[in-house]
Design a protein around this ligand. Structure first.
Ligand SMILES: [Zn+2]
Length: 497
């Protein structure tokens, strides 16, 4: 048995996983407003369930370092970030033009603490990516993240900043290829758009398509330029059940893993695809939803698990609690433990709920057709001449950097997040700050760089297709490794359980 206590055997494959879980005790206090379906309180309910099921002691529990302006600006436009930082409910009337320009107001309202909310949920996702990059854990979880609709300079679908894009950019510093999988009922449009023209990020979205928000995600949208065949869209109809969903998910994701061979996987676990969701129209059980997690976990590739949609909040908490158990390789009892939100889960007080008897409009032949189309696209990717499936460039050199050199990413070091509990293990020993310089002139894919400027990190390209604000990652940036610090500081927040 390994001494690292946050590592547990998985249920089926017996392989241990170390899990880092990001949670800010403040996150449940943010409030979109009366009647708004998005309720950050669901994250606190999830956390309470995790605590009372006894899962917290099996993970490293971390309070994320809030993302700073410059971190958000690695994807978002400066003026949009400035706007989010400055806007208050009181100042709204004076900024009507700006509100309209950035699509803030209705679906995406201005509320108290909006900017700190964005910093918190983005901080958790980027922090998770950093932990994975440093090999501190095998799986990182941030249920507050997964806000997949946010665009470079526009809020959309209850999302303000796109923590997923930011986390993927962080993973790209270390990993040649990153896979994004989205099982929210809505199309993962913000993430797809950001990486539409690159072959270093493959995006796969399973979603309701046809007269449904956000309207994108047609099966014929496959990527652009170098990114052709690196976007996959799985359009589904009302009432899809576990069996139908799996008849697509497993063969498609199995093939994606085989041909794309990602160094890291980001899984957006939007829970609005569950049966009985307030905004959704699918009929998945929690076990069916979690089967996607189990399957992606089985490939033993560093995995970042994020939240997303989910509007019947008792079921969201159930789902993400169960999926945290899946990450840890622990099967949870159906009977719920007593806890502060117990009354939400009546009359049965169980973890699982039966799906409904609604009609499944996803007929067999339609599903077969979708599967064969997508597998066909994947086979083109497999045989494409320019597919860069080489491992990392051979001329990669490791350099030590001066410890006192200014590091703009300092707070994203492996210890930048605060450990919330003292029962987790200390992180592994001293790590020297290193950086990787890449020079590969033959393909133009990578550029040697001595500067850590934003332009090198984040070259944007206005795309000739209808897609905009596309990120074309060009440089393998250095990991922000630095001196270890003591992180056993305990947070004395009363609400932490
Ligand atoms: Zn959604």
């Amino acid at each position: 048995m390994e001494s690292g206590g946050n590592s547990l055997p998985s249920g089926s494959d017996g392989v241990k996983r170390k899990v880092s879980y990001f949670y800010d005790p403040e996150v449940g206090n943010y409030y979109y407003g009366q009647g708004h379906p998005m309720k950050p309180h669901r994250i606190r309910m999830t956390h309470a369930l995790l605590a009372h099921y006894g899962l917290l002691q099996h993970m490293q529990v971390l309070k994320p370092a809030p993302a700073k302006d410059r971190d958000l600006c690695k994807f978002h436009a400066d003026d949009y970030v400035d706007f989010l930082r400055g806007i208050t409910p009181e100042a709204q009337q004076d900024q009507l033009r700006q509100l309209k320009r950035f699509n803030v107001g209705e679906d995406c309202p201005v509320f108290d603490g909006l900017y700190s909310f964005c910093q918190t949920y983005a901080g958790g996702s980027v922090g998770g990516a950093v932990k994975l990059n440093h090999g501190v854990c095998d799986i990182a979880i941030n249920w507050a993240g997964g806000l997949h609709h946010a665009k470079k300079c526009e809020a959309s679908g209850f999302c303000y900043v796109n923590d997923i894009v930011l986390a993927i950019l962080e993973l790209l510093k270390v990993h040649e290829r990153v896979l994004y999988v989205d099982i929210d009922i809505h199309h993962g449009d913000g993430v797809e758009e950001a990486f539409y023209a690159t072959d270093r990020v493959m995006t796969v979205s399973f979603h309701k398509f046809g007269d449904y928000f956000p309207g994108t995600g047609d099966i014929r949208d496959i990527g652009y330029g170098k990114g052709k065949y690196y976007s996959l869209n799985v359009p589904l109809d009302d009432g899809i059940d576990d069996e139908s969903y799996m008849s697509l998910f497993k063969p498609i994701m199995g093939k994606v893993m085989e041909v794309f061979r990602p160094g890291a996987v980001v899984l957006q676990c939007g829970a609005d695809s569950l049966s009985g969701d307030r905004l959704g129209c699918f009929n998945l059980s929690i076990k069916g939803h979690a089967e996607c997690v189990k399957y992606m976990r089985s490939f033993n590739v560093p995995l970042l698990m994020l939240g997303g949609g989910g509007y019947t909040i008792r079921n969201v908490a159930r789902c993400w609690c169960y999926e945290t158990g899946v990450a840890l390789g622990m099967e949870l009892e159906d009977k719920m433990p007593q806890h502060e939100y117990y009354e939400y889960f009546g009359p049965d007080y169980t973890l699982h709920v039966a799906p409904s008897n609604m009609e499944n409009k996803n007929f067999r032949d339609l599903l077969d057709d979708i599967r064969s189309k997508l597998l066909d696209n994947l086979s083109k990717l497999q045989h494409a001449p320019s597919v860069p499936f080489q491992e990392r460039p051979p001329d990669t050199e490791l350099h030590q950097r001066d410890e006192d050199q200014d590091d703009k990413d300092e707070r994203w070091g492996p210890d930048s997040d605060t450990e919330l509990d003292d029962y987790s293990n200390p992180v592994p020993g001293r790590v020297k700050r290193e950086y990787i310089e890449v020079d590969r002139n033959d393909s133009g894919n990578y550029h040697k760089h001595s500067d850590r400027g934003r332009d090198l990190d984040m070259p944007f390209k206005e795309n000739a297709s209808s897609k905009v604000s596309v990120v074309v990652p060009m440089a393998v940036d250095e990991p922000s490794i630095k001196e270890e610090q003591d992180i056993s500081k305990e947070v004395s927040d009363q609400r932490l359980r």
